[in-house]
Design a protein around this ligand. Structure first.
Ligand code: NDP
Length: 311
């Protein structure tokens, strides 16, 4: 045994596919798939998705935990973290896939497709005159790796795009705002709003009844980040009252969305089962390998997570 191993844990990912991808990216890496971990003292790196409580404390020489996904809310809220470096996955494949979903959802509204879907079900020809894309204002909450890629893709298509983040951004073609006043402007000035901020203690129920009320009547919401960014009770009410005309939801406060949840019954909601973007092992393993190389040299890993910020 090398004495410098990576432990892999996930109940949902394909461990053998990851082992092959990691070994291709870093041939000297000893990959151990939990529970087959050998001597815990050998483990320096962990690549995990929601491991059992107490998992990280098993490894006295652990230096780096890489979360098997871009969203680290489930990791950051644990009470059994150990003082090591944390990183998450994010690769160009994930950005492209997220941007494709966002473009689909926004374009579906911009081109009045739900109106035609309903007309087809009624067997009626319901003409709505198309609007030029530059007239359609789209807000993107969160201008990180996925938000910025999606905002740029929307701007490149010709939409008028305004984004919002914690720190100021300079993204060609995108008006970038910050702060509470910036959030209120994004909500009140855009007819389609896309949520791509991470779930942290600061962003839990970022969009509640008061924020949804700021949106223009008949606005549309696309949530592809985490369900708990939006107060679902207020969301259902806004969708019933017509304050929101439509929503595309890929994420929910409880997943899978429980049977009988009021969102299932709303005709103006498109529900997808948390599929907006995924990690492709062959691409993401290169970043994991690079992070390990960096940590070996005493450098920060790629896509480092700040536990104090929560993302
Ligand atoms: P990043 O960490 O790269 O970006 C997060 C963005 O949100 C940054 O622009 C950040 O601002 C901003 N932000 C964070 N907190 C606040 C705040 N309190 N106020 C204002 N802005 C804030 O994340 P990614 O773009 O990689 O991913 C975003 C989320 O997408 C993930 O957290 C995950 O939950 C979700 N996701 C969903 C998937 C799906 O299939 N549905 C797949 C993958 C990810 P700043 O730039 O200033 O730091």
């Amino acid at each position: 045994m090398s004495g410098e191993a990576l432990v892999f844990y996930s109940a949902v990912d394909n461990a053998q596919e990851w082992r092959a991808a990691l070994t291709a990216a870093l041939p000297d890496l000893d990959v151990r798939i939990a529970p087959d971990i050998g001597d815990p003292a050998d483990i320096r790196y962990a690549l995990t998705w929601v491991p059992p409580a107490g998992f990280f404390a098993l490894f006295p020489n652990l230096q780096l935990v890489v979360n098997l996904g871009a969203g680290v809310d489930a990791l950051m809220k644990r009470d059994d973290l150990v003082p090591v470096k944390f990183a998450r996955l994010n690769d160009p494949g994930m950005e492209a896939m997220m941007a494709s979903y966002v473009i689909f959802a926004v374009t579906r509204y911009a081109r009045d497709i739900p109106v035609f879907e309903r007309a087809k079900r009624r067997g009626e020809w319901d003409y709505v005159h198309p609007r030029p894309l530059f007239e359609i204002k789209v807000g993107v909450l969160g201008l990180g790796e996925l938000g910025a890629a999606s905002a740029k893709a929307l701007a490149a298509m010709g939409f008028s795009v305004t984004g919002w983040s914690r720190s100021p951004k300079d993204i060609p073609g995108v008006t970038a705002l910050t702060g509470r006043d910036g959030l209120e402007r994004v909500l009140s000035e855009n007819e389609i709003v896309v949520c791509l901020v991470p779930l942290t203690p600061d962003t839990h129920h970022l969009l509640g009844a008061p924020e949804l009320a700021l949106m223009p009547k008949g606005a549309k919401l696309v949530n592809v980040s985490r369900g708990a960014l939006v107060d679902e009770v207020a969301l259902v009410e806004a969708l019933r009252s017509g304050q929101l005309a439509e929503a595309t939801l890929d994420v929910f406060e409880t997943e899978p969305l429980p049977k009988g949840h009021p969102l299932w019954a709303l005709d103006n909601v498109l529900i997808t089962p948390h599929v907006a973007s995924i990690t492709v092992p062959a691409l993401a393993a290169r970043d994991v390998a690079e992070s390990i190389r960096r940590v070996r040299q005493g450098l920060p890993p790629l896509h480092e997570v700040d536990p104090h910020r929560g993302y």
